[in-house]
Design a protein around this ligand. Structure first.
Ligand SMILES: Nc1ncnc2c1ncn2[C@@H]1O[C@H](COP(=O)(O)OP(=O)(O)OP(=O)(O)O)[C@@H](O)[C@H]1O
Ligand code: SF4
Ligand SMILES: [Mg+2]
Length: 383
């Protein structure tokens, strides 16, 4: 069952009279209880997308267009049986659909505040710096619980805070420590514990393992998996590191230049990659391909999002670009249909999707993409 359905989301920043189209028409959906990964190079719009879901964008950023349908049990909008309240569905001022899903994009400040933490909790990028240095770590979790559940007693919140710390592998006695007494990995885990304080339906973890050593990274990923199993929480993991995604995600979406290039079940995207950008990204990470294979990075740099070109966002770094690629950015195509030679636009039933005009020539592209010289051509072309 779908928990989150994002349709044609556009997010823009206004800076010095210029417009940054950081998320430019993105669609994806997350099922209840699954782990969904969002991957892409630095600056492609991952954090912007994550923050926009709960209206935590910087003040110069806003959702320009799009829908963010959410199926959590929103606090004020259900009747005593837990069903969506009829009068809300029928009242035009509430963005609730017939099936009970609510459009988070249309919520006002008060409404989205109700949703944050209780329904959707965001562990921000560089979260380990988010702890307040002058309060004990445990007290910060207690405060988060009491702020969102004022009916809970302090003693109960304290017990839950210690329990949560233990669940993420921190000795509950350490609840009385201050953040500076924690290592980087412990701080990251404490912020994850805090995000879980109100048992959200969706946990968004933005770069949860970046800046941590490999052993700590593995432990954090294991703990996220355990939380997911224990609480049934869906997790949206954001990372530039495709090997992190390989470890924990059920599904994967690959972003480039504010657009979604490919999405589908993890095994399809990693083992049967269907987009030149994904093929390039895979070449540049060690644990996805064989360890003894040389890493090949994609030459060039991601496009500026200030004034995106009309064509495929990846065209100037893509070794397979043809004339058609410079017309407009490709729509998402159904990869399964493409395998039988038909280029068909993806629909809701399409599990594996790729935005590439040459999706029906995949076998040849996969073979070529394995060769270093294929990517070196781009360097030659751009110089
Ligand atoms: N407040 C802002 N004002 C203007 N531009 C911004 C702002 N915040 C982000 N951007 C720009 O929006 C684009 C997307 O940034 P974002 O932080 O979402 O990318 P990211 O994929 O999370 O990158 P990273 O992997 O480095 O965290 C970038 O071009 C960035 O420079
Ligand atoms: S549409 Fe063209 S430029 Fe874009 S990824 Fe496909 S082949 Fe490359
Ligand atoms: Mg980011």
């Amino acid at each position: 069952m779908t928990l989150l359905e994002v349709n044609d989301l556009h997010v823009r920043y206004d800076a010095d009279g210029q417009q940054v189209h950081a998320v430019d028409g993105v669609d994806f959906s997350v099922e209840h209880g699954e782990t969904y990964g969002l991957v892409g190079e630095s600056g492609c719009g991952k954090t912007t997308l994550a923050k926009s879901l709960v209206h935590l964008l910087d003040s110069n950023g806003h959702i320009e267009n799009g829908e963010i349908w959410f199926d959590g049990t929103l606090p004020h909008w259900e009747d005593e049986r837990g069903e969506p309240r009829r009068e809300i569905i029928e009242d035009d001022q509430y963005p609730v659909r017939e099936d009970g899903m609510t459009d988070l994009a249309q919520l006002d400040n008060q409404q989205i505040r109700d949703v944050r933490w209780r329904n959707v909790a965001l562990v921000p990028q560089s979260a380990m710096n988010a702890l307040n240095p002058v309060y004990k770590v445990g007290d910060q979790i207690v405060e988060a619980i009491l702020r969102h559940e004022p009916e809970t007693t302090k003693a109960e919140a304290d017990r839950r805070a210690r329990d949560l710390l233990e669940r993420v592998g921190i000795d509950p006695e350490r609840a009385d420590d201050y953040a500076h007494q924690f290592s980087g990995g412990m701080k990251q885990r404490a912020v994850i514990a805090m995000a879980m304080a109100c048992s959200p339906d969706l946990l968004i973890a933005d770069e949860p393992t970046t800046a941590l050593d490999v052993i700590i990274q593995d432990r954090i990923l294991e703990e996220l998996e355990e939380l997911q199993e224990e609480f049934g929480v869906a997790i949206l993991v954001v990372s530039h590191d495709i090997s992190v995604m390989a470890e924990i995600c059920d599904k994967l979406a690959v972003m480039y230049g504010g657009k979604m290039m490919e999405s589908g079940p993890k095994a399809d995207v990693l083992e049967e990659a269907a987009n030149p950008y994904t093929l390039g990204l895979k070449n540049s990470f060690p644990t996805v391909e064989k360890a003894d294979q040389d890493l090949v990075s994609i030459p060039g740099t991601p496009p500026t999002l200030l004034d995106p070109s009309d064509g495929c966002r990846f065209a100037n770094r893509c070794p397979f670009a043809i004339e058609e690629c410079h017309s407009e950015h490709p729509p998402m195509y159904d990869v399964e249909q493409a395998a039988s030679g038909k280029r068909t636009e993806a629909g809701t039933a399409s599990a594996h999707r790729s935005a590439c005009y040459r999706v029906d020539e995949l076998d040849a592209m996969r073979t070529e993409a394995r060769k270093e010289e294929t990517w070196q051509q781009i360097n030659a072309k751009n110089h």
